[in-house]
Design a protein around this ligand. Structure first.
Ligand SMILES: Nc1ncnc2c1ncn2[C@@H]1O[C@H](COP(=O)(O)OP(=O)(O)O)[C@@H](O)[C@H]1O
Ligand SMILES: [Mg+2]
Length: 234
């Protein structure tokens, strides 16, 4: 079991202005499962990923990831945890503009691997960007930038992959290509994936579809036969 959340609350602010982004949320994400989390804007999707990725702390409740109780990690422990165990893919790519594609990926690879440059080139080839890896982000299309971001998230083969609206800024064809990469690579590496989106059609590619509303999981359905992302339409 890789991700285990029990009775988790996340409250922003206090008193009259308090906002409960997550309310008493329970979730078990077994190792290797690809879950899509659907929910309208403001339902707590980003907050959920931020807590699992230790970008933010829960107000109450317990979160265990790969057997580690996140509440027991100090600042250094969280940095180590994020480096070794989690890959992030964001809606707006978040690449460093002054570094090439290869350097963006190497930067992350070098934190934990001895053969960072080699491994960065390998994963950039895997996402189909072998011939563009010395380009800067501004010289790449949105879809190519997101593929660099996918390469960056996957380069250290983290057990957990967190994707926040990874196709939100992409057109249909490009978005589908990014989903195909995420699906295939994470499946091969047996990663546990939480992919957040408000596009319900994307749920079809997942092993499991969770619906979040007002900070609670209101629906949890397993797909017996997830479709390949390349066959997706919306
Ligand atoms: N840093 C913050 N300070 C105050 N409120 C926040 C903060 N982050 C999120 N919220 C609130 O928490 C709720 C859930 O937000 P979020 O997790 O971003 O939702 P989603 O990603 O589903 O759109 C919203 O009501 C949002 O306004
Ligand atoms: Mg969000």
């Amino acid at each position: 079991m890789t991700i285990e959340m029990s009775e988790v609350w996340k409250t922003f602010g206090e008193g009259h202005t308090a906002v409960h982004a997550l309310r008493d949320l329970d979730l078990v994400g077994p190792q290797g499962e690809f879950s899509v989390i659907l929910g309208p804007s403001g339902s707590g999707k980003t907050t959920l990923l931020n807590l699992v990725g230790t970008i933010d702390d829960a107000t109450r409740g317990r979160i265990e990831v790969t057997g580690i109780d996140l509440a027991n990690l100090d600042v250094d422990g969280k940095v180590k945890f994020r480096r070794e165990s989690v890959g992030f893919v964001f809606q707006f790519f978040n690449l460093i503009p002054t570094l090439t594609a290869a350097e963006n990926v190497e930067l992350v690879a070098d934190l934990t691997l001895d053969n960072g440059a080699e491994r960065a080139a390998e994963v950039l080839n895997q996402v189909g960007l072998g011939d563009r890896m010395h380009h800067f982000p501004a010289e790449l299309s949105g879809g190519e930038q997101q593929r660099v971001a996918v390469a960056r998230a996957l380069v250290k083969q983290p057990p957990i992959l967190l994707c926040d609206e990874p196709t939100g800024e992409l057109d249909f064809e490009t978005g589908r290509m990014v989903l195909d990469l995420l699906q295939r690579i994470s499946r091969d590496a047996k990663q546990t994936v939480l992919l957040v989106t408000h596009n319900a059609a994307i749920g079809e590619i997942a092993d499991r579809v969770l619906r979040l509303r007002s900070g609670k999981i209101v629906d949890d359905v397993r797909n017996a036969n997830p479709v390949d992302a390349c066959a997706l339409t919306w």
